[in-house]
Design a protein around this ligand. Structure first.
Ligand SMILES: Nc1ncnc2c1ncn2[C@@H]1O[C@H](COP(=O)(O)OP(=O)(O)OP(=O)(O)O)[C@@H](O)[C@H]1O
Length: 611
């Protein structure tokens, strides 16, 4: 893992305040998405918030009426308490409604948040699937994906905050109206009490976001270290090689760095926050003194005093909350930008995908002087590769580790585009076909196939998930790949959960996993079959049997086999020997043996090893 130069707080300040305000433009789109998720719930939440916004001023007003009524009744000879008890009953009713409303708000927010969460997770998974592999392997892009993925809870909080903000705005407007009606001068004190803490909040939340953002890849590294440090897959090596301290030190050093930067920021934020809050309290008491003075001079009633001081206090808290939420919103809106940036990534092909795929391959594939370097890499992996894969032919790729065999497959499958040269199918450049339908053409098992911790049945059906319920087809595929013997030993047969992550899961050996994965290749009747070292973990007998079946079954089918075992390779119609990204030789086993170059040398070497 290459480490970047440590990011300081200063570096982290790069994202400007302006950009945080700019990010607010994503809010309407965000709400459009939430609206689409559940309209009824959204309307219910908005309605509750409207009621919740009006209640504070009404409660304060009823409080004023109660006090004034008490004073009135105390001062007269024949008191009548009917109105007083009525006011009290109304206030009680309002308090009950207020509680009900706030619970309804958190309930609707929670439910809406959960639904939105599910919807965005699905969107991210679907989008990731559409994005080209080359982009997924790019670390900058990966960081974007990570931010989009991990900020799901942040987005839910954002929704509550924005809705809460709308509620606060109405609440504030009604309280301000009351204040203006009785004592307009109080507004000046209110503004004075609020501005400093607002500036403080904006500044620090901005820095917080910038810090978190600039540390995306380090946080990814921390996650990775946490994963390898406490994981069943790595436990063997970590214990055996005594790697615990190495991993712990690396984790501690990196997290300590982040912790320190965060700590500095948090301390500064709290200290300044305290100072500004004291300023706020000062102005509140200034207002209080002013109101008391007005009562003493007979300008306003005691009831109005409670109303005004209550309104002022509430307003100040509401405004502080409003501004701190505002900064939190603009901070989360920046994450929103990451999310929309991710889902907006253009997946339009650079070329016109206007040709229709042949129903059946007529001539075959042709690589014409294909050169290729992986994105962000200077190293040319393929250096002018030319060959043909004829329709119905079985071609084997042979070559040393890193020669570029798998890379050839990745180009054929259009995971990447050649840097120069072209790949043709029946004379048409493959990038002229619709990508999804083109890829449908292939049945591929990679050497680093994924071990899905699902049931055996699902693991096999992954080769053609539409056939998940087609048990005979799954069993047939398992038989062809020899996985049926493995499954026969499992307690729950085809329904056995694989892997150790979930309850009652059963772990398989490397070779057993390979047999299960291999069965995927037989799940669809693909035009082209590609097996990239599919038998490396099988014992010699099993391998020969697997290949015997494969050859028999794919008779007349175009296929590619990559293998380091020459007993397998020799069964192919032709063999392509790749060396340092170039075609060294291509021909039948007999032809290559006669050539007496790399193939015959390696074949003889391996044959001797078996004697
Ligand atoms: N995603 C990638 N980004 C950058 N370089 C890569 C990537 N994948 C592979 N390479 C590099 O490309 C070269 C060829 O890799 P490739 O997997 O095609 O070799 P191979 O012939 O299949 O090897 P093996 O027999 O070990 O499977 C290697 O040097 C490897 O480091």
């Amino acid at each position: 893992m290459p480490r970047r130069t440590p990011t300081s707080l200063k570096d982290a300040k790069k994202t400007s305040i302006k950009s945080s305000f700019n990010a607010l433009v994503y809010i309407p789109r965000f709400f459009k998405e939430i609206w689409k998720v559940n309209k009824k719930l959204f309307l219910l939440s908005a309605f509750c918030r409207l009621i919740g916004a009006l209640l504070p001023v009404i409660i304060l007003w009823v409080g004023k009426l109660i006090i004034d009524e008490i004073i009135l009744q105390v001062s007269i000879d024949n008191p009548d308490y009917y109105l007083l008890w009525t006011y009290l009953a109304i206030e009680f009713g309002l308090i009950v409604i207020s509680d009900l409303i706030s619970r309804a708000i958190s309930l609707t927010d929670g439910l809406l948040g959960d639904e939105y969460n599910i919807a965005t997770s699905v969107t991210i998974i679907k989008k990731t699937n559409k994005i080209n592999i080359s982009l997924l392997e790019d670390s900058e892009f990966y960081d974007k994906l990570e931010r989009a993925r991990t900020q799901t809870t942040g987005r839910v909080a954002l929704m509550s905050n924005v809705l809460g903000q709308a509620q606060s705005t109405i609440s504030i407007a009604t309280l301000v109206a009351g204040l203006i009606y009785f004592e307009p001068y109080l507004i000046i004190l209110l503004v004075l009490s609020i501005i400093p803490s607002f500036i403080n909040e904006v500044r620090f939340s901005q820095q917080q976001y910038s810090l978190a953002r600039s540390w995306t890849s380090e946080r990814r590294e921390l996650d990775y270290l946490r994963f390898i440090g406490a994981n069943d897959k790595t436990a063997k090596e970590i214990k055996l090689f005594g790697l615990t301290d190495f991993v712990v030190d690396r984790f501690k050093n990196l997290s300590e760095e982040y912790y320190q930067l965060n700590k500095t920021l948090a301390i500064k934020r709290s200290a300044l926050g305290f100072v500004f809050n004291v300023l706020g309290s000062l102005s509140y008491y200034g207002a209080y003194v002013f109101i008391i003075y007005r009562v003493l001079s007979g300008a306003i009633t005691l009831g109005e005093l409670t109303f005004l001081s209550g309104s002022f206090n509430r307003l100040m808290r509401n405004l502080q909350d409003f501004f701190s939420k505002f900064t939190r919103i603009s901070e989360s809106a920046l994450y929103l930008k990451d999310y929309f940036d991710f889902i907006d990534i253009s997946i339009v092909s650079k070329t016109k995908e206007d040709m229709s795929l042949p129903k059946k391959i007529e001539k075959g594939f042709e690589f014409k002087d294909v050169r290729f370097a992986y994105p962000n890499s200077e190293i040319e992996i393929l250096k002018g590769v030319s060959f043909t894969l004829k329709a119905g032919e079985k071609l084997a790729f042979v070559g040393q580790n890193g020669a570029g065999k798998t890379t050839l497959i990745k180009l054929l499958l259009r995971f990447y585009e050649p840097t120069s040269g072209e790949i043709l199918l029946d004379g048409v450049n493959i990038n002229r076909f619709n990508l999804a339908t083109y890829q449908e053409f292939f049945g591929v098992i990679f050497q680093d196939f994924f071990r899905y911790e699902f049931t055996v049945k699902e693991n096999i059906a992954i080769g053609n998930i539409d056939e998940l319920d087609n048990q005979p087809k799954i069993e047939n595929a398992a038989e062809l790949s020899l996985a049926n013997d493995v499954i026969a030993e499992l307690k729950n047969g085809y329904n056995q959960q694989l892997g150790k992550r979930f309850l009652n899961g059963q772990e398989l050996s490397g070779g057993q996993w390979q047999k299960v994965a291999l069965a995927r290749a037989y799940m669809k009747n693909a035009e082209v079959m590609i097996l990239d070292e599919p038998t490396s973990a099988l014992d010699a007998k099993a391998e020969s049997e697997v290949f015997g079946r494969f050859i028999g079954l794919t008779e007349g089918k175009t296929s590619i086999i990559i293998s380091h075992r020459f007993s397998t390779v020799r069964q192919a119609n032709r063999i392509l020997v790749l060396e340092h990204g170039k075609v060294l030789e291509i021909g039948t086993h007999e032809e290559l043996m006669k050539n007496k170059t790399l193939y015959s040398e390696l074949f003889t070497l391996q044959a001797e090893g078996y004697q």
